[in-house]
Structure formats: C-alpha cells, structure tokens
Ligand binder design. Sequence first.
Ligand code: SF4
Ligand code: SF4
Ligand code: SF4
Length: 264
Amino acid sequence: MSVNEKETRTYLGVPLYRPKVAFFDFTSCEGCQLQIINNEGTLLDFLSLVEVVNFREAMTEKSDDYEIAFIEGCITRDDEVKRLKKVRKNAKILVALGSCACFGGVNQLKNKFKDLDWPKKIVYGDYDIDSGPVRAIEEVVKVDLKIYGCPVKKEEVEKIVLNVALGKSVEHPKYPVCIECKANENLCLFELGEPCLGPVTRAGCDAWCPNSRAGCWGCRGPAEDANIEQMIKIMKEHGFSEETIMDRLECFGGFYCRLNGDNK
Ligand code: SF4
Ligand code: SF4
Ligand code: SF4
C-alpha cells in the first residue's frame, strides 16, 4: 500500500490516522492474541484500521517501527524484562492486553508459593529454566492503557483501537458485570446455587459467563467502588465456604490490592 492510499482512508467521512501497531507475547497462553485474529467477520475491518507490523502468532514479518504496542502476558524471566523495556522505548502507546498483562492473571497464583523452586521443579523437573515471580507489565514499565479480560473480548479491543485511531479517550465501564447480566435478562446464578463475582467485577464483557450460566470469576478485576467485604458476606450467607470464595477472588489477580487493604 502506498503512502497516498493511507492518507485517503476515511471513517464516516473523517480522515483516519492509521497507526502502526505491534503485538508481543510474554508469559501467557497466547489466547488474547488468538482473540484478535478470531472472528473473521470483523478481521478485515480491524486490519483496515491499523497497520500491523509485528504479530508473531499471525505473520512472519517483523519491524521495530510501531506506535502502539500491545503486550500480552506477564513477566517471569530476566530476558523478558530486557525485551519489554526495548518495546517500551519504541512505542508511543503501550497497551497491557488481557488479565496476565494487567495484573498477572492466572499465572500470579504461582506467587502464593513460599518456595518458588517447588512449582518450578513440579512443572519443569530438572530442566534448567529461568522462571521467577510473576509480575504484571506495569511493575516493569509504564503502561498507558489496559484492556481487561481472560481472554480480552475482541469487540472491546476493536472499539478501543478505533478510539485511539480517532484520537478519542478510552473509558472502561465503572459499573459491575451484574448490570450487563440484568440487561441480558439472565436468571441470577445465586438463585441456582452458583457463586458469581458479577456484583464486584468490572463490566465490559457483556456478562460473557453468566450468559452461559457460568458464574463470573472476576477476570476483569474490580469495578469502581466494588464492596469486596459485602460480596464475601453475601457469598457466605449463600453457604459458600471461605475456600470457594477465596479461590474465585484470587484466581486472576485483579482483586489482589483490594484483598490486601489497598484500594488502588
Ligand atoms: S489473559 Fe487469559 S487468554 Fe489472555 S494470555 Fe493470559 S491466560 Fe491467556
Ligand atoms: S448471575 Fe452473577 S452477574 Fe448475573 S445478576 Fe447474578 S450475581 Fe450478577
Ligand atoms: S463474566 Fe466475569 S469471568 Fe466471565 S468474562 Fe466477564 S468478567 Fe470475566
């Protein structure tokens, strides 16, 4: 595509800036990247919005010339720290993509072991591998924007990228998943004896799990003003054990600060 062709692109009649974007995977299952290339119905529109210059899961070409870097995964190795810092230096906007990148995701459960060598030995045996504590991306470099979810929801990523391309601000919902669940006219799972973190979890997934009669596990982290103590009390009143409640609240790492008395 020539430079002139890029300049004539418009969206609803508005000249559209088409940023160069790059996707990078760190310690993760790569499911968030898969979400981006999933859903062929919107893939071409998405690709017309941005110029992808780096995306190991989808293409072989590589370039260090990009403006927006999407970071999937968390940091567990020294070489990842070095690579992440290089990406940060190259990118104007760095986006943490998915729960692993935003707050460690399921991986951060490893940090609960007092002796980190024990899970390493169980998983890798005697194989000599660098695998340290799990760190979210913002614990290593500055993060400009977070896109929550395990995995991220493609529609939300596309909306956010469109806003960035149009120079508009990006706002995440402040209300909880329950609002979306009620709007979808779902029967509340508590009525069916199932635990659900919908009342305290940040919305934006359109109540993905409760729509399929599965309780929310809080993969998007806490909603604004989430009352965790009240949530724990309500779950106990519904007969759920402390272990069941904490399993859910600790699973993705998003509630870590709230559980540790920090309201960040
Ligand atoms: S957030 Fe979930 S889907 Fe995305 S990379 Fe991490 S584990 Fe995989
Ligand atoms: S099922 Fe979950 S998200 Fe839906 S209303 Fe009940 S508690 Fe809220
Ligand atoms: S319902 Fe909860 S666990 Fe499921 S995708 Fe939404 S925030 Fe994540």
